[in-house]
Structures are given as C-alpha cells and as structure tokens.
Design a binder for this molecule. Structure first.
Ligand SMILES: Nc1ncnc2c1ncn2[C@@H]1O[C@H](COP(=O)(O)OP(=O)(O)O)[C@@H](O)[C@H]1O
Ligand SMILES: [Mg+2]
Length: 285
C-alpha cells in the first residue's frame, strides 16, 4: 500500500485494511478500505498542473466533488478532461498540486492499482469488455473478489451475488441478453456492460469518459436514464461533449466547463449556456 498522508489535522484515521485482511478473505471479497468523507467531499483537486514538455495540458485546476454528486464536466477537445481523469486514477502524475480521495488518501502518492482498489472506478472512452465471454460472465468476472478465490468463483456464486448481477443486468438494460457473447453486442450495449462491470466493483467514485460517444440517439437517451437511476447512489464524474445528454443528466446540478486545462465556468446548465466566455470558446455561437 502506498504512503498515505493526512491532509487535515482534524481528519479521522487513515485507512488501514491489514486488520481486515482475514475477514475479507473469509467472505471471498476484498474489504474496501474506507474513504474518509466526513467533510462531505469525496474528491479534492487543488492547483493541479500537468506539463507535457512544457505544454500545460492541465493548468492550476481546482475541483471538489461531493459525496453522491453527479458532476458533468464539459469542454472542447484538448481541454484536459481525459488528462484530469488520468491524474485522478494515477495514470499521470501532476507536476504540481494536490489530489485527495476523501480527507486522507493522497492520489499523487498511490499506484493505479491502489487507487482502483481504494474505490475509484474508471470507464475509458472505448469499451473494453471480454468479447468471447457472455454478458453474465463479464459481470461475474468483474465482481469484487479476492484473486485467491477467483478460480473457484463459478462454483461459489451465492444467491446474494446472483441477485446483484440480476439487478445490474436490469439497470444496464441487458436482462434477457445475459447469455449472449459480449462481442455480439452493439457499441452502446458494450458501453452499458462496461458500466455494469464497474458497478460490480462497488466503487465509491465513478469516472466516465465520454460514455455516449458513438452511440445512437436512442442509446444516448437510455444512457441518460441509466445515469439518472444511479444519481445519489454513487459519486459520479461524467466527461462529455454531447450537450443534449449533459442537459438530461445535469438536472439542476452544477456543471464544470474546462478550457485550456482550467475551470472556465461552473454553474447550472442554464448559467453555463448564458455565460459569454463559454459561448465563445465552447458553444461557438
Ligand atoms: N501524453 C501526452 N503527451 C503530450 N501531450 C498530451 C498527452 N496527453 C494529452 N496531451 C495533450 O494535452 C491536451 C489535453 O488532452 P486531453 O486531456 O486528452 O483533452 P480532452 O480529453 O479534454 O479532449 C491536448 O492538447 C493533448 O494533445
Ligand atoms: Mg478526452
């Protein structure tokens, strides 16, 4: 486990899952190390800068995400949206700034694996499902289990685990299709399956990078419904270009506009759409 530092002196104890290791194993699951959200926020980015050979893809970016929030982040191509997700998931290290998961977990000091294990789940732009496996098997493989018991998983699915898979199949609109090979699904269905696989991991924070890119209008509409069903149950950050989609899921919540690696504007969709600077750089009207 990586080095963890305490951001605020008054915050609670940092996580230590060593004492739970045996207990986690006996349940066939890896215990989720607790993220300390006692101050109401699950993610804090402060003054993050990412330089690629002197070019600042992210430039003093600050952003907080509250527990249970569904935050949409929009911005033109090259604004730094994917790079921001790379920083949060440990794929890219910032040149400066701080990134905390809850009060105590310093993301800039954790490996990608440790970050995923701590409860941050990410969906990349392109679906990466196991094409030669069925929909059901994909969800089963994604289930949060200890690697030591994974090989016996197929024989050990209990009714609770089955119930969970059934619930997710319904949520992702693939009930009745669970025995199809994932490779035979439409692009949109693969995206939903991957969202379902993320949910099987029970992440505390979900990052979705352009989830409706390449989807049909009908699929986009159903994805908006899906995200609206997840609202409040998870903390979710959605990066998207599609304004109609963002309007559907923002629902009066705050939207952040990124431009040249910084926050250009922050507000409800109505406020954003009336903002002259946003109109200039993004909406192009
Ligand atoms: N590994 C990299 N090396 C150099 N430049 C990069 C790298 N990754 C991203 N960039 C640049 O950083 C900027 C932001 O990219 P990105 O985060 O992918 O934007 P977005 O997702 O908002 O379209 C772009 O100008 C991109 O070309
Ligand atoms: Mg991107």
């Amino acid at each position: 486990m990586s080095v963890l530092r305490t951001k605020h002196a008054e915050s609670g104890p940092g996580f230590d899952n060593s004492q739970h290791a045996d207990q986690g194993f006996s349940h066939g699951r890896v215990m989720q190390p607790g993220v300390d959200t006692s101050h109401g926020a699950i993610l804090y980015l402060e003054d993050i800068t990412v330089s690629f050979d002197g070019f600042k893809a992210i430039n003093k970016l600050s952003l907080d995400i509250s527990v249970g929030e569904l935050r949409c982040i929009i911005g033109p191509n090259g604004a730094g949206k994917t790079t921001m997700m790379d920083v949060i998931t440990g794929k890219t290290r910032p040149s400066s700034g701080t990134a905390y998961f809850g009060q105590t977990m310093d993301l800039t000091q954790m490996t990608e694996y440790a970050i995923a294990h701590a409860g941050i789940g990410r969906k990349f732009q392109r679906p990466t499902v196991f094409e030669q496996h069925t929909v059901f098997e994909n969800l089963e493989l994604a289930m949060k289990v200890d690697k030591r018991v994974r090989q016996t998983l197929f024989a050990r699915l209990n009714s609770e685990q089955r119930g969970k898979i059934e619930a997710i199949l319904t949520l992702i609109r693939l009930n009745g299709q669970e025995h199809r090979l994932a490779g035979l699904l439409s692009h949109g269905q693969k995206q939903w399956l991957e969202i379902g696989m993320l949910l099987m991991q029970e992440p505390q924070l979900i990052l979705l990078d352009e989830p409706v890119a390449g989807m049909s209008d009908a699929e986009t509409e159903r994805t908006a419904e899906l995200l609206n069903e997840l609202r409040g149950k998870h903390s979710i950050v959605v990066v998207e270009h599609d304004m109609a989609f963002v309007t559907e899921i923002a629902q009066g919540e705050k939207v952040t506009v990124l431009h040249e690696g910084s926050v250009l504007a922050h507000g409800t969709m109505q406020q954003i759409q009336a903002d002259e600077r946003v109109i200039e750089v993004y909406l192009g009207r």
